[in-house]
Design a protein around this ligand. Structure first.
Ligand code: UDP
Ligand code: MG
Length: 317
């Protein structure tokens, strides 16, 4: 296989403190790979500014002026990191590349692992997924919620490796296939693990954030997780049916017991406290089930409108 033209896709949202350092570090990796004759010299960086309201985009434009191997686009508003990643992958496919790697703008993912990704690509893998060697930089809460998310996704049949992140290489072939999935809420971690691509895994070290704070909070992570689940799997809907069916059976059995007690033993006790608890419990279960169904209806509502995934404001090629 010929050495690839590599495109690195970097989503960024208010990363003015990181961009320059990130570009320097990634070009150092490029230099090393060029010396080792592992990538083509036209390999480039592609930034997707996810509607930043600081000077992120100005810095990208400045860098592009000095070096056309820094390219990018700016969204008209903030759409979230998944959409920025998708936009970047779509753009580099159009501009041209043999493979693309997605990495965060704060370079928390060790950029020196890129060589290992390329080696796997040269062995013929279409997807090379980065797996965190550890989660030392995460808080206990984030570790716990992330683990819970991966466990739930895997129970739902997603087969996403634990500690996988969006640090990933995808071949041009995988990008061509991605184009055939037009849904708005494409959950990349699920998608690339599920299609059946020839996949390799590379471990990488996680570093602390270079500057600034994480752009995710509990609410945005919950939305990401919920969208991940509802756009990916219908198992929760089946669970709702199974739960409803099981509770009906239990209700019938308990009803028969209560009636028999009343007829044959006449010792049926009516206890308002139990009534209240049961009402609250079943009311809660019903609303939870309705909410689960409503999440899917929300997804259908958003998908059916067929609106664009994102709107580009400016592009630098
Ligand atoms: N990001 C983005 N849009 C958002 C939030 C984040 O493009 O709405 C980018 C961010 O600039 C970074 C990457 O997604 O390049 C990961 O974000 P961050 O490092 O804040 O997340 P964490 O490492 O804490 O999970
Ligand atoms: Mg980060």
């Amino acid at each position: 296989m010929e050495k690839p033209l590599l495109a690195i896709v970097i989503p960024c949202f208010n990363e003015e403190q990181c961009i320059k350092e990130t570009v320097d570090k990634l070009f150092t990796v490029f230099d090393d790979l060029l010396k080792k004759n592992k990538i083509k010299p036209e390999s480039y960086l592609y930034f997707v500014d996810d509607g930043s309201n600081d000077s992120t985009w100005n810095i990208i434009e400045e860098l592009h002026k000095n070096n056309s191997l820094v390219k990018g686009q700016k969204f008209i508003k903030n759409y979230g990191n998944q959409k920025a990643l998708i936009a970047g992958l779509e753009a580099v496919k159009t501009i041209g590349c043999d493979c693309a790697i997605t990495i965060d703008a704060d370079l928390q993912q060790d950029e020196w692992s890129i060589e290992k990704f390329i080696d796997k690509y040269m062995e013929g893998f279409d997807v090379v997924s980065g797996i965190r060697n550890n989660r030392k930089t995460d808080s206990f809460f984030k570790k716990f919620t992330a683990l819970a998310f991966y466990k739930v996704m895997n129970l739902l049949g997603a087969n996403i490796p634990v500690n996988h992140s969006d640090y990933r290489l995808v071949s041009r072939h995988a990008l061509d296939i991605m184009e055939q999935f037009p849904e708005r809420y494409l959950f990349l971690r699920g998608f690339f693990n599920d299609v059946g691509f020839k996949t390799a895994y590379v471990g990488f070290d996680v570093k602390p954030r270079m500057h600034g704070k994480s752009k995710f909070n509990f609410a945005s992570l919950s939305i990401l997780a919920l969208n991940g689940i509802t756009s990916y799997s219908v198992v929760p809907l089946r669970l709702v049916s199974i739960l409803g069916f099981s509770m009906t059976i239990i209700g019938i059995i308990l009803g028969i017991i209560a009636v028999c007690n009343k007829i044959f033993f006449a010792n049926f006790q009516h206890d308002w406290a139990i009534d209240l608890i049961m009402n609250c419990f079943f009311g809660g279960v019903e609303l939870f089930c309705l909410g689960t169904i409503a999440e899917y209806i929300g997804q259908i509502f958003l998908e059916i409108k067929g609106r664009p995934r994102y709107i580009k404001d400016i592009e630098l090629k």
